[in-house]
Design a protein around this ligand. Sequence first.
Ligand code: SF4
Ligand code: SF4
Length: 441
Amino acid sequence: MREGSLEAPTRHPLDWKSEAFRDPAKVEKELERVFDICHGCRRCVSLCTTFPTLFDLVDASPTLEVDGVKKEDYAKVVDQCYLCDLCYMTKCPYVPPHPWNVDFPHVMLRAKALKFEKGIKFRDRLLSSTDAMGKLAAIPVVAQTVNAVNQNGVARKVLETTLGVHKDRELPPYAPHKFRSHAVESPPFPVRDGKDTPGKVAIFATCYMNYNEPQLGHDLLAVLSHNEIPYVVVDKEACCGMPKLELGDLRGVDLLKQRNIPVLARHARDGYAILAPVPSCALMFKQELPLMYPDDADVLAVRDAMFDPFEYLVLRKKEKLLKSDFKQPLGKVAYHIPCHARVQNMGQKTREMLESVPGTQVTVVERCSGHDGTWGVKSEYFDNSMKIGRPVFRMMAEPQPDYVSSDCPIAARHIMQGMADDAGKAVKAHPLTLLRKAYGL
Ligand code: SF4
Ligand code: SF4
């Protein structure tokens, strides 16, 4: 038996439709098996609060082993996991093809699916319905009201008591206009395919960009237009399903998949590169859905056409199909790589692109910020979320940057909140915004 992760991990598909997947006795047995291996290893202790919770339970048990931990306490471990996949992708030497076959995030997901079927809080249903909430908030008067409530201390206390949304969490405002309804149409540029990049782009807008930070989308369109890359914005788009996956709501993921995949697969087959500017959404199509539907040709076509925006732009640059007529230096950029970008295994493409702008120094922080989509918003996890992020807040502040940037706009917001006064004069700016600025657009 060989330890070590020199080979690429073989991720087994998620057998989520089988009876065994949600058989409580089988899930419990698998949790105990994996917990026991983790207790003997303890390598992941610093990644998140899931592992310390497990190890504290073991160390306080009468046997000092996993068999001494009460089964009902397993849920305490599961609740701390926000499925970032880092333990699987970056730490664990026992992932398949190793015979111990440890897939910690997947056993967490099984336990979450079981919990979901027993019933979850209204708050969790609401927070995972990003699309429905966004549609509602897209009505201007509703957006104003929601934004005003989010800024009001008394209202936030009420929100915490009634819904369990932590009063101190800075929430993103809803934009007055959706990205999709204000996206400028692409000029009719000719399609120039590269060796590894299709020469036309379809944009999966994502709930966050569509409803909360449409400016990111407009920045992306400006960069594409400057580089004469024709684009379309995908219509009939629904949420990618990541917030539902993180809750264990696999049937909810399935419903969203049925809405998104036929439209996206059509674009993939028509020769478009599909760009999703939020890493969690890109990961959903690149990894999570293919693991849930390994034999679905449409899902696999979408996977193969899906790019992180900077992954696409750096490839275009290598193909000499991207302009480098930068007009403005960016100065000092503290750049955070979110977990869901790291586990896409594409390398540090955003850093590469930003560093190619003359007069730009990029400090890279490659560590979990601790927010995760909706996890760090919830009252019971807010403190842990800030605790996990603390080293990131410190490292981002250290170079006294001009800009604080992350591919994940939710992580960037969380990092700015954590940096507080240490942020100094630094401005939060998404890498796409920085690239647009560098081009002088
Ligand atoms: S998937 Fe992420 S949050 Fe979950 S146990 Fe692994 S490192 Fe921790
Ligand atoms: S997930 Fe793997 S590396 Fe992490 S503690 Fe468990 S066995 Fe060790």
